[in-house]
Design a binder for this molecule. Sequence first.
Ligand SMILES: [Zn+2]
Length: 257
Amino acid sequence: MAVTAKLLRLYRVDQQIRGLRSRLDAAERYLRSQDHQLSEIDKSLKTLKAQAQKLEAEAANDENEMKAAEQRIAMLRERMNKAQTSKEHSAILTEINTLKADKGLVETRALESMTKVDEIREQVAQKNAEHAERSKVRGVALTDRDARAAEIKDRLAELEGERKAALAEVPGDALASYNELMDLGIEDIMAAVEEIDRKRMEYNCGACYTMLPAEHVNVVLRRVEYTQCPNCKAILYMADEMREAIQNKGKKASKSA
Ligand SMILES: [Zn+2]
């Protein structure tokens, strides 16, 4: 078997492996995105709960402040009732009024805090509902991922066996070129030579459509060596029918000459 044929056999197996894995990879990505969204919801919940706690603590402090003010007002009222002079009476009254005004401010602030806490609680409820919904979606995504993994398990093992066998046949230098392209993440590691004009010997790289120099086409035709597209570096191969047609044409040409 020619070196390009050996490479092509490996490439076909790799394409099948990639095709087989693509649905699993998509399922993996989808599952990861659900996990990410869940963790974002958790983060928001944590922030909201901390905000609510802080506001509740502030409201509790205000409540205590109000109680203290009430006690002080009650105490002042008693003293006012026992006041000896009108001057003393009016001084206590002024203090009571000041305390009442302060207490009013604290009360307003406490009410505002509690209103905000209610708003936050609503948001928490919303986020909890989102979390429950997202958890359901994640559950489905997980089942799907596992199903896809199970689905391809046997076929994948089979293909990996085929890959090992194909790999063993490929000569070292060709394999190095192949692996180099694979490591670069290039999808078209191999490309078919495409015919543009047989008479003029014009051929394209099937991956990047660059016109191939005649020397490259000749290497592919001879099949002893392998060659790469000068532009995209894809390892070139030629369909058997095309090669036969070109070679027959050559024979005819030499007969008629
Ligand atoms: Zn190319």
